[in-house]
Design a protein around this ligand. Structure first.
Ligand code: Z5A
Length: 213
């Protein structure tokens, strides 16, 4: 559904498996945009500081047990908590660079065996990104970046299932998803992302915001 038109910021999301470089690249992109005097803000999901985010954090760090359905809806509620803020920033002309969004929500829960459509349903109505950078690399490459930590989901077999869901979404949403080979050097990956972002910034300001549907 189309919403307000006007000069606005771009909504840029990073997705990918663990250690694919989302934090590294999203920070570099923020620095790059700032160097061009573009107003920009970095966000990440889960946003662990909110009340819902604190519950998510206790689940991820294995301090609390929740059913797969309940934690899925908590992750989605965490995004809804910030949806008005996201919209207001974009309409105020601030570009948002966001580390994980709805697609992580879908990918990690579908990887547990839940139905794709059920997982996607609570995301409908959230603002749709203008660009998603999908940082893609094999689990073998990613596991060379250090051993998995103590949090849930940090296991190779599970990560392969997550990657399969990201691949599916990437081919379904190819109009705004950009597959980036994340096994390249940090500088090469950044160069590719900043090039696509530069092109995006030339036209996005006058486009309406869209919702996930
Ligand atoms: N989750 C969910 O289930 N549902 C949801 O709706 C959402 C999330 C939003 C926590 O997320 C968990 O929540 C996550 C998904 C689930 N599950 N897991 N596992 P998080 O965002 O807090 O995840 P994280 O654990 O903090 O980040 P990450 O994904 O593990 O890492 P990253 O941000 O992609 O990578 P990085 O920190 O930038 O880099 C990792 C290392 O690789 C670091 O040492 C870098 O220096 C190195 N690196 C980065 N790029 C390169 C290149 N190009 N070459 C070599 N080395 C590199």
């Amino acid at each position: 559904m189309k919403m307000n038109a006007g000069k606005r910021g771009a909504f840029i999301v990073f997705e990918g498996c663990d250690r694919s470089g989302k934090t590294t690249q999203s920070r570099l992109l923020v620095d790059w945009l700032q160097s061009k005097d573009i107003p920009v803000k970095h966000m990440n999901f889960p946003a662990r500081d909110s009340r819902i985010g604190q519950v998510i954090n206790s689940y991820l760090t294995n301090k609390q047990e929740l059913s797969d359905e309940v934690i899925h809806l908590m992750f989605s509620a965490n995004r809804w908590e910030f949806s008005k803020e996201i919209k207001n920033h974009l309409l105020a002309g601030i570009t948002l660079v966001v580390d994980r969004y709805s697609y992580s929500g879908v990918a990690y829960t579908v990887a547990k065996g839940l139905d794709f459509d059920w997982c996607y349903a609570p995301e409908k109505g959230l603002i749709r990104p203008d660009a998603v950078f999908y940082l893609k690399a094999s689990t073998d490459i990613l596991s060379e970046r250090g051993s998995y930590g103590e949090e849930r989901y940090e296991r190779s077999e599970f990560q392969r299932k997550v990657a399969a869901v990201f691949n599916r979404i990437c081919s379904q949403e190819s109009s705004y998803w950009h597959e980036i080979q994340a096994g390249k050097s940090v500088d090469d990956v950044h160069a590719e992302i900043s090039k696509v972002t530069g092109e995006l910034m030339q036209h996005v300001a006058n486009e309406p915001l869209f919702e996930l549907k």
